[in-house]
Design a protein around this ligand. Structure first.
Ligand code: 6V0
Length: 326
């Protein structure tokens, strides 16, 4: 306890000037990796780690502190909900994982209850900023957190299909043997089984995906790509127990766009009311992410089949929502 207080006190003294402040709630694999990614990126001047397991949060903060001499000074410490005051972004990665014999719905109910508690604690001290929900089922929890907080939908984001879209781009880059940064494409809808790619808006350096592969005589199996994207998380969990580096860099990228007002277009999770005639559900659509949160949802043109897939995805999320809503 003494060390914990010392770290906070020291941290408070070291950093001069005003920078960005981020809180990460839940310091397990995902929260700790996101904190590490943000420290390497030197994204913030102040980062507070919060967890029911205070020792874990303290240990992670201390560990990150010991690398700061290589990346630059920032104020990283473990704290409590009162530290959510004045945060520019509050990232929630706390939650239980699925236990053997538990259904997805069981887990959803458990994490909804954990999240309700966390949201109430955050809102005691919330002054400003964006809340970024990462815990699963992320679409359900994004919806619930937005309702409980009463904040505008533009201020409560879900990591949604940002990670899935990165996996999608990675798959395509590998198959076409080009730089992933030349691949633009989005997975939209649910962060889960009903997600879908917008093939019609997938581009390789400005050329439509279908034209690019035809011109270069590349045979692609679109179903296989989508299947690999969907099962990627399960494959990682089977091999190493949990997924965290990919989502950590996704969190870092979302926070970067929020904090630096980059206006990056990404498939971010948000409560939807209107686009494509979809209402009262959270899912992912390409949107401009700025210092204000979600600046604008882009209602990009979809083929009839893509639109059907998106509406189906919204319905699938609503089925779970109806089971867990209080
Ligand atoms: P983990 O390693 O078990 O960490 C969870 C942490 O949350 C632990 O340190 C717990 O002590 C803490 N915690 C639990 N309850 C509370 C509470 N009430 N208040 C504060 N802290 C609490 O899990 P991991 O880090 O692997 O995953 C965290 C969440 O992220 C899970 O819900 C995952 O399903 C989800 N992921 C979401 C992804 C996405 O793309 N949206 C990707 C990967 C994981």
């Amino acid at each position: 306890v003494v060390l914990y207080l010392q770290l906070r006190k020291n941290g408070g003294i070291i950093v001069a000037g005003k920078g960005f402040k981020v809180a990460i709630i839940g310091c397990g694999f995902v929260g700790a990796s996101a904190a590490f990614a943000m420290s390497i990126n030197n994204l913030v001047s102040e980062m507070v780690l919060i967890d029911v397991n205070k020792e874990k949060a303290y240990g992670e903060a201390l560990d990150i502190n010991h690398g700061l001499s290589f990346v630059g000074q920032m104020n990283v410490y473990s704290g409590d909900y009162s530290d959510c005051k004045d945060c520019d972004v509050i990232v929630i990665t706390a939650g239980a994982n699925r236990k053997p014999g538990e259904t997805r719905l069981d887990l959803a109910k458990k994490n909804v209850s954990i999240m309700k508690d966390i949201t109430a604690n955050i809102m005691k001290y919330y002054t400003k900023g964006v809340i970024l929900v990462v815990s699963n089922p992320v679409d359900i929890l994004t919806y619930m957190v937005q309702k409980w907080t009463g904040l505008p939908a533009s201020k409560v984001l879900g990591s949604g299909t940002v990670l899935d879209s990165s996996r999608f781009r990675n798959q395509i880059a590998n198959i076409l043997s080009v730089d992933v940064k030349n691949v633009h494409g989005y997975i939209i809808g649910e962060h889960g089984d009903s997600q879908l790619p917008i093939w019609s808006a997938t581009h390789i350096a400005g050329t439509k995906f279908d034209d690019y592969v035809a011109k270069n005589n590349i045979v692609v199996d679109k179903e296989q790509i989508l299947n690999d994207v969907k099962t990627a998380g399960a494959v990682i969990i089977k091999n190493k127990g949990a997924t965290y580096y990919g989502i950590a860099l996704s969190i870092n990228r979302i926070c970067e766009s929020l904090l630096k007002n980059y206006k990056t277009i990404m498939p971010i999770g948000t409560v939807i009311n209107g686009p494509y005639g979809i209402n009262d559900v959270a899912l992912s659509l390409p949107a401009i992410v700025s210092g204000n949160g979600i600046e604008k949802i882009l209602e990009i043109d979809l083929t009839d089949e893509e639109l059907k897939g998106l509406l189906h995805s919204a319905d699938q999320i609503k089925l779970v929502l109806n089971e867990v809503k209080d």
